[in-house]
Design a protein around this ligand. Structure first.
Ligand code: BAL
Ligand code: ZN
Length: 874
């Protein structure tokens, strides 16, 4: 496959002003009539260029120029391109193609899911529908007429406003949609199906009433309220915080079961993976409720950050994704607990994005090259991209940042632009120089801050030295220092925050500062310090970096109970737990577990005055994935054993406290999705999980009663998970069977049922996984089912996946090869755990490598998987 380079970017040779589409939908295929108004781009220097339109898996039926059919010699159908050699300055091109949505298992372009037609065009799916300049800098106005059988497909949707509808012969009907806003074709959408409609309205800040509509299969009609409420909250929030008003008269959301992504921000017609939009108390966990709120917000926010202002090319993907993730994380923080939200974001970043940044697929937030753009919908583009925007927010402050975003939207409305245009708007609005800051977009890799300190009791000066380095990554060495906002505080021995006097005598100095690192080494001096302080470093995780500082356990315990920054309190607890677990890896079975850890957790569990949402987070031990990320040459089973030993030790020592915690947080009253109620359920279910880790009888009977009495999925799943992960084998099987019988008709719940087993070291050994794949509810065509079994096994059941005999790796290779032909995007995603092979101890890494080589040698490997596998082995 070819590599595409950012440095080769050229403006399009032709522009499209309008697109007139007519879809004739049938059971055995669809005919697409496309009429384009095209003209040469005055900004292009390719004055004699032929017209080249992208295509993929299309059967061309006819081509006409200005209404006259072209003869075969006038154009060339190259399969992936339609080339018309000689065209005038301005012209109309009509192309008719035949496609087969019913056989489209890649789920790119137009396909069928549960009997409905739907589309996914980002990044390059539109070319699977018709020949078109499939690139985001070609923006056109779309008019779309959909024709289909009326009984089977009463609902026909596309972007914009419905302007015409009517009956046709043979029981068919049509609806025509017009989108007044020029858009790139990746934002095109079409849906046709037998769907129920849920309606609501939203009154905008300027008094316009927007018609909100959700379309779902009839069985899901009762699962729309949460998404609709989330949508209205998002619309209000975007007006209040960013001054962004919705622009069309209708906003539609559709839920489909088969979807490669989580959701898609098509203009006025967002399409969602059912698992990311449908929720009811009985079927969705708190986590799902929160995720749905965040994703609904994310897709809605794209209407401005992505649709009104879009990307010039796919190297700029983070322009819309990083900014929009930042916006949705601000929104979620405002809707719930900012500290908890920050902890969740940082957990994902440090566990998974840092791993990506340190692995073979490491790439900058603005990549310089790719083979398959679908492989670049990554944690780096999304999450690190969001961190980069967050740092701009930190450096500028909220007011200047808002000025910058206003300027960005005003300056670039209706344009396809670059990350550099975004930074420039921030610079112009604030007057700040962000030239060095731009390196965050260009340099890959996670910066490391090596921090040392000393205290001079005589002068009262505390000195902090921070040395920055950025590791080499594929294709990039000798990196330059980046501009890093570093928030910190100092705590006195009594736990009080100290004024940070950068000059002596400044006793009114603030107790928290954001230092700006721009050089490879900085030394900061803090004056007027009476005794050695405890530093609280990188507060709020003010930059996506690794901090290396030689913490003592006393310091961490001190910060756990005194740091005014909730995030750093949590982080101190994590560092302490990591230190204890790491010290037990490959230690003798009777090695002592630091009693101070037990006491710290005892305090957390028992002290009802602490912020319970924060406590709920602090009680989660660092995950195995995070522990692996922190380790060179990881021995996963050894890490797993050490972590379990700590968990069991804590559970045994704190049994009384855990039972007390469980009783204290017994729910009463109606189910609510508030931060307090979520924290209560989380604490209760953590207590239960810990008790069952030590096969506690009392815990077992609590879990069984909770499972039977639960009025919500969080508690039901909490009990089920605890039983599944326990040694109570017969309870486990009974619980799983009952659960399945109760929910077998609900695909979203069955996905949870699959993943709770696949992710469990008790219920998810390889032989169990094979059985799950044979289960009647498993479906190789449904990405959610694949993720909930194969993805959960390889991504969460790490001790089983890293079986020393290599069977887990070979299993994954088999599944990747199997999926490569039918759905290459999903296949390429599934490879991820193997790509990290260099991270593991030799006997593991050798076997992982050979599994990768087996995938590499598969005949006819897709471009998606080819890129990931070849880069991993390079
Ligand atoms: N644009 C792809 C889905 C999302 O990030 O919203
Ligand atoms: Zn997005």
């Amino acid at each position: 496959p070819q590599t595409i380079y950012l440095s080769d970017y050229k403006v399009p040779a032709y522009l499209v002003d309008t697109v007139d589409l007519r879809f004739e939908l049938f059971e055995d295929g669809a005919r697409v009539h496309s009429t384009l108004e095209l003209r040469r781009n005055p900004e292009s220097d390719e004055t004699a260029a032929p017209l080249e339109l992208d295509g993929d898996s299309l059967t061309l039926e006819s081509v006409a120029l200005n209404g006259a059919a072209l003869a075969a010699g006038d154009y060339e159908d190259r399969g992936d391109q339609l080339v018309v050699r000689s065209v005038p300055e301005q012209f109309t091109l009509t192309v008719v193609t035949w496609i087969e949505p019913q056989n489209n298992t890649r789920l790119e372009g137009l396909y069928k899911s549960s009997g409905m037609f739907c589309t996914q065009c980002e990044a390059e799916g539109f070319r699977c529908i018709t020949f078109f300049p499939d690139r985001p800098d070609v923006m056109a106005r779309f008019r779309t007429r959909i024709e289909a059988n009326k009984d089977a497909y009463p609902v026909l949707l596309s972007n914009g406003n419905d302007v015409e509808k009517g009956e046709l012969e043979n029981g068919r009907h049509f609806v025509t949609w017009e989108d007044p806003f020029p858009k790139p074709c990746y934002l095109f959408a079409l849906v046709a199906g037998d769907l129920v409609e849920k309606r609501d309205t939203f009154s905008t800040c300027s008094g316009r009433d927007i018609d909100l509509r959700m379309y779902v299969e009839p069985r899901n009609a009762e699962k729309c309220d949460h998404a609709m409420d989330s949508l209205k909250r998002s619309m209000r929030w975007d007006e209040e915080v960013y001054g962004r008003e919705y622009d069309l008269d209708i906003f539609m959301i559709v839920a489909v079961d088969d979807f490669n992504m989580g959701a898609m921000e098509n203009k006025g017609l967002n399409i969602f993976n059912s698992s990311c939009v449908l929720a009811s108390q009985e079927t969705a966990t708190d986590l799902a409720f929160q995720r749905i709120e965040a994703i609904v917000a994310h897709e809605y926010f794209h209407n401005w950050s992505g649709n009104r202002v879009t990307c010039r090319d796919w190297f700029q993907l983070s322009l819309k994704e990083g900014f929009t993730v930042f916006r949705d994380s601000q929104f979620s923080a405002d809707m719930g607990s900012p500290t908890v939200k920050r902890i969740e974001d940082v957990t994902l970043l440090r566990t998974a994005q840092f791993a990506e940044d340190g692995g073979p697929m490491s790439h900058p937030v603005r990549p310089a090259s790719y083979m398959e753009i679908s492989n670049f919908y990554t944690l780096t583009i999304y999450e690190k991209g969001a961190e980069v925007v967050r740092m701009i927010h930190t450096l500028l402050g909220p007011d200047m940042f808002r000025k910058g975003s206003d300027l960005y939207f005003e300056r670039h409305d209706g344009q396809a632009v670059t990350t550099d245009d975004f930074v420039k708007a921030m610079e112009d609005a604030s007057g700040r120089d962000l030239s060095q800051f731009r390196l965050w977009y260009e340099q890959a890799g996670t910066p490391v801050l090596a921090i040392s300190d000393d205290f001079d009791a005589e002068t009262g000066v505390y000195r902090l030295t921070i040395e920055q380095s950025i590791p080499d990554t594929p294709g990039q060495t000798n990196k330059k220092p980046q501009h890093i906002p570093f928030a910190l505080g100092l705590l006195g021995q009594d736990g009080q925050p100290l004024p940070l006097q950068l000059e002596s005598g400044d006793s009114g100095a603030p107790t928290e500062r954001v230092l700006e690192l721009t050089e490879a080494v900085h030394t900061f001096e803090f004056h007027g310090v009476e005794s050695r302080p405890v530093p609280s470093l990188l507060r709020h995780f003010s930059a996506p970096v690794r901090v290396r500082y030689n913490w003592s356990r006393e310091q961490l315990l001190f910060l756990m109970s005194h740091d005014p920054d909730g995030f750093n309190r949590w982080d101190a607890g994590q560092r302490l737990a990591v230190d204890v677990i790491q010290s037990l890896v490959n230690a003798p079975d009777d090695a002592e577990i630091d009693p101070r850890l037990v006491e710290a957790y005892r305090k957390l569990i028992s002290d009802a005055d602490l912020d319970q949402a924060l406590v709920a987070k602090m009680l989660q031990l660092p995950s195995e994935a995070y522990l692996i990320e922190l380790t060179d040459k990881a021995d996963v089973p050894a890490i797993h054993r050490a972590r379990e030993a700590v968990l069991r030790h804590l559970a045994g020592a704190l049994k009384g406290e855990l039972l007390g915690c469980y009783q204290r947080h017994q729910g009463s009253g109606p189910y609510e999705v508030t931060p307090e109620a979520i924290a209560r359920r989380s604490l209760r279910n953590t207590a239960l999980a810990w008790l069952l880790m030590i096969d506690d009888e009392e815990g077992r009977s609590l879990a069984v009663s909770q499972l039977n009495a639960a009025d919500n999925m969080t508690d039901r799943m909490g009990a089920l998970r605890a039983l599944v992960n326990s040694g109570f084998e017969s309870d486990r099987q009974e619980a799983l069977d009952d659960f399945y019988n109760r929910f077998q008709d609900d695909p979203q719940v069955v996905e949870q049922w699959f993943s709770v087993q696949a992710a469990s070291d008790q219920a998810g050994q390889l032989s169990d996984i094979h059985k799950l794949l044979e289960h009647p509810a498993f479906d190789w065509k449904n990405p959610n089912k694949i993720r909930s079994v194969v993805g959960a096994f390889a991504g969460q059941n790490l001790a089983a996946f890293h079986n020393p005999d290599g069977s887990g790796y070979q299993f994954l290779a088999d599944q990747v090869c199997r999926l490569d032909d039918s759905n290459p995007q999903i296949a390429a995603r599934l490879v991820t755990p193997l790509t990290r092979w260099r991270k593991f101890a030799p006997s593991y890494s050798d076997r992982m490598k050979s599994a990768l080589e087996r995938i590499r040698d598969k005949a006819g490997l897709s471009r998606d998987v080819y890129e990931v596998v070849h880069k991993s082995l390079a």
